[in-house]
Write a protein that binds this ligand. Structure first.
Ligand SMILES: [Zn+2]
Length: 482
């Protein structure tokens, strides 16, 4: 109740936290930088002030940074003719944890590169790819459910390795071009490097069997050669970066050993390629806004602790691929089985909205908790983005925890501003505090998260995956399956 009384000041508080976190002083909160560490210190102080049991979970990370001038792909024709594809121009390559790799082998086209028993689909059924490099296209068959499709699409490297392939070439198709043109993609691709967390000395995730990986241009994709060579030179460094964790003990002796997680990533892209003379990627909406809400939600819950315990966490390493949240999920500060749900925040609605949608909630009983928000809900209006598998909540799904992330649906001017943001400010230095932002909308969005999380934390039973659900069947446990 107190939380509701405070609603008038919620928008002000969100603006204040965002103003600090997205300040140029924090230099874009790049992983392993002083700017990120200052942001983490700010969040931990705020958690402490709210009365949470606060700690920093240091994540040991390795970064592999591609040296583009020394990295390339060679297409080798039947007559021996070689065509060079330069990294960052005719092919996209990422940092490789081997440092130097040089592999040449026959190239075998393997369609989507998927083996999905539940769809009786196997692109490798009649192929021998042992010791060869496979060429695969993106995505998955259109008849499969969108989120499932996005999940399968992320298994291609692993599947290629399992079939004995030693390298993987991703071809660029018309469908890829319809999502983002090649020229822009190849120029904007990953300045921050490849990151993995270190399990001892082993980077995770990392597939040592695949000795070369590259994404080749549309021109090269339409006329695949019988052989390719992939050469990758990368610079390696180890960095430390922290997840910030705050625990609020639950009020019910029977349920306080269960935890509802609310999460938001704190990292952004740091200092990078300048755009209009500005090199600081402030990450105001993405995701200073989510962290601002996380801090305020911690205060709201601390004012009246619910029956279950609440675990608030600000993640490092989201931008290079959910690395900080994967480390957290694999090394949780509480027993893994006691985590009952994750409600993740990756961007508040910073513009007025008509209704909400909850990515992931359809897969579990979390859908029943949405009514608590007191807001209208619509189906995900952008299913093709497969947002459910693209942010930190998916690290929890992979350990079997029902999870969700809220989004907002808008109309009129607010809709055009939001679409314009995606086109012109997303992952650019202009996602800063000078843009037009509506903090009342942000407060309304945050209040909805509060009410949903509270419903989960108060109810008698823990959330469960729906009977027969794909993600529940694949990752769920006896405790979390219906
Ligand atoms: Zn984000």
């Amino acid at each position: 109740m107190l939380a509701i009384l405070l609603a008038a000041t919620l928008s002000t508080a969100i603006r204040a936290h965002m103003t600090f976190l997205a300040d140029d002083l924090l230099e874009g909160r790049g992983i392993g930088t002083r700017g990120y560490d200052l942001a983490a210190r700010y969040v931990s102080s705020q958690f402490e002030a709210a009365g949470l049991n606060t700690s920093l979970q240091q994540v040991p990370l390795r970064r592999a940074e591609l040296i583009p001038e020394e990295s390339y792909v060679e297409l080798i024709r039947a007559n021996g003719e070689r065509t060079l594809l330069a990294a960052g121009k005719d092919c996209i390559m990422a940092g490789d944890f081997r440092g130097v790799t040089d592999v040449e082998a026959p190239l075998v086209y393997a369609g989507f590169g998927l083996t999905a028993a539940n769809h009786h689909h196997d692109d490798y059924a009649n192929l021998d790819v042992a010791g060869k490099i496979v060429a695969v296209k993106g995505g998955a068959p259109a008849s499969w459910a969108t989120e499932e499709r996005a999940h399968w699409a992320s298994t291609k490297g692993e599947n290629a390795a399992k079939h004995g392939a030693i390298g993987i070439i991703r071809i660029w198709t018309d469908e890829d071009e319809s999502f983002g043109v090649w020229d822009a993609t190849v120029r904007s691709y990953s300045d921050i490097g490849t990151f993995a967390w270190l399990d001892g000395e082993t980077p995770r995730p990392f597939l040592p069997q695949l000795r070369g990986t590259a994404w080749i241009s549309p021109q090269a994709s339409t006329n695949l050669p019988p052989r390719v060579r992939i050469v990758n030179h990368s610079r390696m460094s180890n960095v430390q970066s922290a997840n910030v964790v705050g625990i609020l003990p639950g009020s019910d002796p029977a349920l306080h050993n269960e935890y509802v997680v609310i999460s938001a990533h704190l990292d952004h892209l740091g200092i990078g390629v300048p755009v209009h003379g500005d090199a600081i990627y402030n990450g105001a909406v993405d995701n200073a806004s989510g962290v601002a809400a996380l801090i305020e939600l911690a205060r709201m819950f601390a004012a009246a602790p619910p029956r279950r315990s609440m675990l608030f966490v600000a993640f490092t390493g989201e931008e290079p691929g959910l690395i900080g949240s994967d480390y957290f999920a694999q090394n949780p500060p509480v027993q893994r089985e006691t985590i009952v749900a994750d409600i993740n925040i990756d961007g508040l609605s910073m513009w007025p909205f008509d209704s909400l949608f909850a990515r992931g909630a359809d897969h579990s009983s979390l859908k029943k908790n949405l009514a608590a928000a007191g807001e209208p809900f619509v189906p995900d209006p952008f299913p093709a983005q497969a947002g459910f598998v693209r942010s930190d909540q998916f690290s929890f799904v992979r350990i079997g925890v029902p999870s969700m992330i809220l989004g907002a649906e808008r109309s009129g001017e607010a809709r055009s501003i939001a679409l314009d943001w995606l086109r012109t400010r997303y992952h650019r230095p202009s996602d800063d505090m000078t843009q037009r932002l509506d903090f009342d909308a942000a407060a309304r969005f945050t209040t909805a998260i509060y009410r949903i999380a509270e419903a989960v934390a108060q109810q008698d039973v823990r959330p469960k995956w729906n009977r027969g659900d794909f993600f529940g069947a694949r990752f769920g446990t006896a405790l979390t399956r219906e």
